[in-house]
Design a protein around this ligand. Structure first.
Ligand SMILES: CC(=O)SCCNC(=O)CCNC(=O)[C@H](O)C(C)(C)COP(=O)(O)OP(=O)(O)OC[C@H]1O[C@@H](n2cnc3c(N)ncnc32)[C@H](O)[C@@H]1OP(=O)(O)O
Length: 433
């Protein structure tokens, strides 16, 4: 594994952050596009932090599945938020790591002295994933357009009902073409290799729902989550994928989603397909001081790693471990961990890998196993299994939530980390002030 030393740039703080509720996709386009979601969260920050937002010099937004109306989602969102036409904006795409990539890029710009204040975030409306035409249908349409009028009827008659079936690009987007495996199938690979039982995965999933239900009821997410109003007058003020009444029996009754009939990965222990957006205002420590801000915390370090796409779910292990090594930290030195819950089996495989001496030696270059992360430090308020996973937004959400949870619990340091389709992992070390 390549080693690098910790950067020596300027200290970068997070002034504030906000996100939309994560809204479960219901099999048809939801009420908000990726831009709408980013605008709603951004305008809430504008009201809460007018001075800091007025000081923003660049906008960076991750989006896993941009829509054709707004390929540079960041620029359209920045203009609609009202940041001004003179503020540049660009979008980044690193699949499920997009919303962490935007923070990392902003963090490095500020650390290097290239900017003082940056708005960085992520958005996705997976319910709006475009429906693509089959190439057979596209060819038929082209023939129809170019046919002279006497022939047009003949071409029109060549239409067959199968040609109306779309290629659903969400499924394509959640499939790794290189290894020809869906994301859920990669979780099955890990469940098999790391002997994650169905019961262990369902127990983990039940905990995710119970934890989210608890913080929602206690009102802890109110500072983080802004309220949305849809054009038809519906109010969205909480993550609606949570199932407070789920149980081990209900979870055990669900069929395997990706490898029926014997697979371990079900709708109950997978992340949900969701719409949502999140932003952070990043600043140099000096700029934050000048603005009179009371920052949420500090971005201390970040790391990206790559691995076999079939085992992409182990990305958090490969990305987080070098951060631990650079800072001389053990797994237990972190007060909190946010490991994005792409799949319960995948999170549990990461935990198992850190406890496996041979893996730690061969893959991480360590002398011994790193050990266990205690469940009471891991995803303490639920995660993508209960909240949902709008892929481009999740990386920003876990960093924002790690900072908010540190503040609430009085903790000092957290790592937010995620696996990334295509065989990558991202990790970010944050601390409270
Ligand atoms: C790098 C990465 O991050 S990779 C990850 C990227 N993201 C993904 O791959 C997304 C993974 N998830 C999925 O693809 C989808 O959620 C699937 C295919 C697993 C399931 O999709 P759907 O069938 O639409 O899920 P849905 O949530 O509607 O659940 C189906 C049924 O299971 C049941 N169910 C699901 N969860 C629960 C639960 N916790 N408790 C009880 N029942 C449940 C329900 O009966 C539900 O039907 P309902 O409409 O009556 O409520």
């Amino acid at each position: 594994m390549a080693q690098r030393t910790q950067g020596s740039g300027r200290r970068v703080v997070v002034i504030d952050g906000a996100r939309t509720p994560f809204i479960k996709a219901q099999g048809r386009p939801g009420p908000f596009s990726p831009v709408d979601l980013a605008v709603a969260a951004g305008q809430a920050l504008m009201l809460r932090q007018p001075e800091a937002m007025a000081a923003v010099e660049e906008v960076i937004l991750g989006c896993g599945a941009p829509t054709s109306e707004a390929p540079n989602t960041a620029r359209v969102a920045a203009l609609r938020i009202g940041l001004g036409e003179d503020i540049p904006a660009f979008s980044v795409q690193r699949n499920c790591g997009s919303g962490m990539q935007s923070i990392d890029t902003g963090y490095k710009y500020i650390a290097d002295g290239r900017a003082d204040v940056i708005l960085a975030g992520g958005t996705d409306a997976l319910s709006h994933a475009p429906l693509e035409l089959k190439s057979e249908t596209a060819e038929w349409l082209a023939d129809l357009r170019s046919a002279k009028s006497p022939q047009r009827l003949k071409v029109a008659a060549e239409f067959r009902p199968r040609m109306a079936e779309p290629v659903v690009s969400l499924i394509r987007g959640l499939t790794d073409d290189v290894v020809d495996l869906g994301m859920g199938e990669t979780a099955e690979v890990l469940a098999h290799e790391w002997q994650i039982t169905r019961e262990a995965a369902d127990t983990y999933a039940l905990g995710s729902h119970n934890r989210l239900a608890r913080v929602q009821d206690e009102g802890w997410l109110e500072e983080e989550v802004v309220t949305l109003f849809s054009p038809d007058g519906k109010v969205y003020d909480r993550d609606d994928g949570v199932r407070p009444n789920t149980s081990m029996d209900k979870l055990a009754s669900l069929d395997a989603a990706f490898e029926p009939p014997h697979g371990q990965v079900t709708p109950g222990n997978s992340s949900q397909v969701t719409d949502g957006a999140a932003w952070l205002i990043l600043a140099s420590e000096e700029a934050a001081e000048k603005l009179g801000a009371e920052p949420l915390g500090v971005i201390e370090d970040s790391e990206w790693a790559a691995l076999d796409p079939k085992r992409m779910g182990l990305g958090p292990v490969l990305a987080s471990t070098p951060v631990l090594t650079r800072h001389g930290l053990s797994l237990d030195d972190l007060d909190l961990w946010e490991i994005n819950e792409a799949f319960a089996a995948q999170v549990l495989a990461c935990l198992a890998a850190w406890q496996d001496k041979a893996f730690c030696k061969d893959r991480l270059g360590l002398d011994s196993a790193l050990g266990a992360i205690k469940r009471d430090k891991l995803n303490i308020d639920g995660g993508a299994i209960s909240l949902g996973h709008p892929v481009g937004a999740s990386g920003t959400r876990i960093v924002l939530h790690a900072l908010n949870a540190l503040k609430r619990t009085g903790g000092k340091r957290a790592i937010a980390t995620e696996c990334i389709g295509g065989g990558q992992g991202g990790a970010m070390l944050v601390s409270s002030l």
